[in-house]
Design a protein around this ligand. Structure first.
Ligand code: G4P
Length: 551
């Protein structure tokens, strides 16, 4: 362990930071929940502020729209708000599947994740993929089961699905009282109080009552009158005495059979607290936010070549997890987004780029939100800053004060789209080659070449198809070269680590191709999941990896 002395001021700021990301499948309610969290934090005044930008980004599908889409989904990297004396940094992840490589990397900068699940749909494909990335980093995950105001699936079934798919213990923190039209509130399992919901009132929060099931049943049956904190008669929507009994039974079952949340098991990613709620109607959101503040860890140590580096040490360090070339003509520059890992960032400070050993001054750091930019003078562990970088940085670079440290490299994720890019104008060939080289170096796109062919054909690859559009556009706008995309039929890469002799003995389907990636690692390109299973079966004992984590 790196025994650098802690700085009391940095420590104080570190402890009040919470840096997290929301993972979900499109339409589960990520935007709505984000907006409600910002509302509680006082960062926005009206509901709809985030949504407005969202509808802008999904309106059409032409190139200009991609630019708009990048305006919000790629450019705004962090939404910051204060709640309960904590500074919350919500890392914005692109909603569009085509930018999920960006999302995967953004998760490398988060200390926790919130998984939003639609009660009616359960765990969907994109959520599953993103959860696996969180599991890889062993970051804690909180779960928000959304849309309880709509008819949905059995709640116990949802918990069971989370446990079965993710091998994680799901520990409910509250339990919905009915769902869909009958939804009447949530039972806080810790305080044992029922928070009553009435969709017909403006505030929708009618206070809470003690969970006395018999009294609730009598009230619903019309035999007793319960009043809320304000002394008004309780409105329990569409509840019937039978439904009250059903929920009562479920709550008893959950209490008896369910686990209790243990902080260290949650932090190790072995348990996920589950909150039921409705982001749209606000219900359960504040309860969730309070639980989140308690549970989400502040920035901690980060692994490096010299052991774990404490976030509260005096010397500044951070790593680049995203590089973005802005397409907005007003700011046509490249910005490297850095997560601060330790120490204090001050405007104009001098840092070392650990990879190149180069010393640099950082005269300008930015906080970027959509098209808005704000200069940052001071920042602390857990914060994200954008540094304008004319080609100085690469993805995964560590920047630091004092003795150089190298943080763990960013993982490389299996692409899903593969193509050969051609330059139709031979007179621009040199610029084209240089452009590709720089974009690969920067991490905008992955590159593989046929390890056995003398023709060194370069196959470019990305997790999402739109990443190719970005590369094409950047080759045009920054290198003045046009590009033809020739798609290749591969759908995935699997990395492996074998000697030359073992490699020669691999049994592979005809349609596959053995390649090397841009860092010289061996991989095989495959056309389907079925082929991936076949090579695993035909080559027992050999590990094929969909994510490469080694340097
Ligand atoms: P996303 O960012 O995960 O893609 O989802 P988003 O928040 O945009 O929500 C997707 C749709 O689900 C939206 O409806 C939104 O209003 C709705 N929604 C979100 N949370 C809840 C909830 O708790 N209850 C209910 N009933 N609906 C919810 P839409 O019709 O697609 O968009 P809009 O017309 O409302 O903007």
């Amino acid at each position: 362990m790196n025994t650098a002395k802690l700085d009391s001021h940095v420590e104080q700021e570190r402890k009040r930071r919470r840096t997290f990301a929301i993972i979900s499948h499109p339409d589960a309610g990520k935007t709505t929940l984000t907006e409600k969290l910002l509302l509680f934090g006082g960062s926005i005044e009206i509901a709809g502020a985030v949504r407005g930008r969202k509808s802008q980004r999904t309106a059409t599908s032409d190139w200009m729209d991609l630019e708009k889409q990048r305006g919000i989904s790629v450019s705004s990297t962090v939404l910051t708000f204060e709640y309960d004396d904590c500074q919350i940094n919500l890392l914005d992840t692109p909603g569009h599947h085509d930018f999920s490589e960006d999302t995967y990397r953004t998760l490398m900068a988060a200390d926790a994740a919130v998984m939003v699940i639609d009660l009616a749909k359960g765990i969907e494909a994109q959520t599953e993929k993103l959860f696996r990335v969180c599991a890889l980093r062993k970051i804690p995950v909180l779960t928000f089961v959304n849309k309880v105001d709509r008819p949905g699936r059995d709640r116990l079934e949802i918990l069971e699905e989370i446990e079965r798919k993710f091998s994680i213990e799901a520990v409910p923190q509250n339990w919905p009282l009915g769902s869909g039209r009958d939804f009447s509130g949530v039972v806080d399992l810790e305080s044992d109080r029922i928070h009553v919901f009435d969709p017909n009132t403006q505030a929708r929060r009618l206070g809470s009552i003690e969970t006395d099931w018999q009294a609730v049943r009598n009230h619903v049956a019309g035999d007793q009158l319960l009043r809320n904190d304000a002394g008004e008669p309780l409105v329990l929507n569409g509840l019937t005495p039978e439904l009250v009994d059903e929920v009562h039974e479920e709550v008893e079952l959950v209490r008896m059979a369910g686990a209790t949340l243990e902080a260290d098991r949650f932090l190790r990613g072995e348990q996920t607290p589950v909150y039921f709620g409705s982001a749209l109607t606000d219900f359960g959101v504040e309860h969730f936010l309070k639980g989140f503040i308690d549970l989400c860890p502040p920035p901690g140590n980060r692994l490096s070549n010299i052991g774990p580096v404490p976030a509260g040490r005096k010397d500044f360090s951070g790593f680049v997890f995203k590089i973005q070339a802005n397409l907005d003509p007003r700011h046509r520059d490249r910005v490297a987004f850095m997560r601060i890992s330790s120490g204090k960032f001050e405007r104009d400070m001098e840092v070392t780029v650990a990879r190149s050993g180069k010393r640099l001054r950082l005269p300008r750091a930015l906080r970027i939100f959509g098209q808005e930019r704000e200069t940052v003078d001071l920042a602390y562990p857990g914060d994200i800053i954008g540094v304008v970088c004319p080609g100085e940085f690469r993805l995964g670079d560590t920047l630091c004060e004092g003795d150089p440290v190298h943080y763990e490299p960013l993982p490389q994720f299996s692409p899903e789209f593969f193509a050969v890019l051609e330059c139709p104008d031979t007179s621009r060939r040199k610029q084209f080659d240089r452009g590709i080289e720089q974009l690969v170096e920067e991490g905008a796109i992955q590159m593989f070449h046929d390890a056995r062919s003398t023709r060194r054909e370069m196959i470019l690859a990305a997790v999402g198809e739109l990443q190719f559009d970005v590369v094409k556009f950047r080759l045009e706008s920054e290198y003045n070269t046009s590009t033809n995309i020739q798609w290749r039929p591969y759908k995935m890469a699997r990395w492996f680590n074998l000697s030359e002799e073992e490699k020669g003995q691999l049994k592979l389907p005809f349609s596959s191709k053995i390649v090397r990636d841009q860092f010289g690692h061996d991989a095989v390109l495959l056309q389907s999941e079925w082929h991936a299973q076949t090579i695993q079966r035909d080559n027992p004992g050999i590990e094929f990896h969909a994510i490469r984590v080694s340097p």
